[in-house]
Design a protein around this ligand. Structure first.
Ligand code: F6R
Length: 240
């Protein structure tokens, strides 16, 4: 992967947003791969300014993951987060922005349905990624197959603790999720992984320089011909 070390999260946001604007300028119906969590927020913030006045009505998007069994109307469902942080502020067409369906009733085929939708769109042009402190990308926790496709996974205790900040208590954090697989993510044409802060330093070093291993899901990016890692000094601090 190409590693770009930037001053801070704001600079990373501006850099990645500029890349996305260029993509959309060349391809008005570009397909964006959207991450949730805290990390991509500076990108979405920078896009508000950079995309203002542009026609984004054709832009398409696919979220990485969703909690299983959380009401889609819950403010912390990734459907809600994507609507609030991306669709509404950027003025995207909600019908073109997809989030995996975490409803219990349809979960059996939700993964296959999502794969079909991504394929029908012609695949993802640019996939934004964060990384978990335990090394997950999407919600592909350690042990996930590099060939995996969108499916239900169990969140690790570490991930539930990390995400408890979005809920009243850790007991409210769902135990399961539906996530694009590592194989799904690797099919995107360009991967852009962002990470900020000391807490991500080991996960970044493992992803960029660690052995290729299902125990280090982030290391899957080493298999990708066009992966860019945008980090601040603290997140880069364990790179050799
Ligand atoms: C979110 C996702 C996760 C997060 C990761 C880091 O859609 O797939 O992999 O990117 O858990 O989360 P933050 O950015 O909140 O530290």
């Amino acid at each position: 992967a190409e590693v770009v070390i930037v001053e801070n999260a704001e600079a990373a946001g501006a850099l990645v947003a500029a890349e996305i604007v260029e993509l959309i300028d060349g391809r008005p119906d570009a397909v964006l791969g959207l991450a949730t969590g805290s990390t991509p927020l500076p990108v979405y913030k920078a896009l508000r300014e950079k995309l203002a006045g542009r026609d984004v009505s054709q832009v398409r998007g696919f979220a990485l993951d969703e909690y299983v069994g959380l009401d889609p109307a819950h403010p912390e469902s990734y459907r809600s987060v994507i609507t609030r942080e991306v669709v509404e502020p950027l003025g995207l067409d909600p019908r073109r922005i997809h989030v995996p369906n975490g409803a219990q009733e349809t979960i059996q085929h939700a993964g296959d349905d999502y794969e079909t939708a991504i394929e029908a769109a012609g695949g993802v042009d640019l996939q934004i990624l964060g990384i978990g402190t335990d090394g997950h990308i999407g919600f592909n926790e350690p042990g996930s197959s590099f060939a995996s496709r969108t499916r239900v996974k169990t969140l690790t205790v570490q991930t539930r603790e990390d995400n408890a900040r979005f809920f009243d208590s850790i007991d409210d954090v769902p135990k399961h999720c539906i996530t694009q697989g590592l194989g799904t993510i690797l099919r995107a044409r360009h991967l852009v992984l962002l990470a900020f802060g000391e807490g991500k330093a080991q996960a970044v070093a493992d992803a960029v320089e660690g052995p290729l291993s299902a125990i280090l899901p982030g290391s899957a990016i080493q298999l990708h011909p066009h992966a860019t890692v945008v980090v601040d000094e603290a997140a880069a601090s364990r790179l050799k």
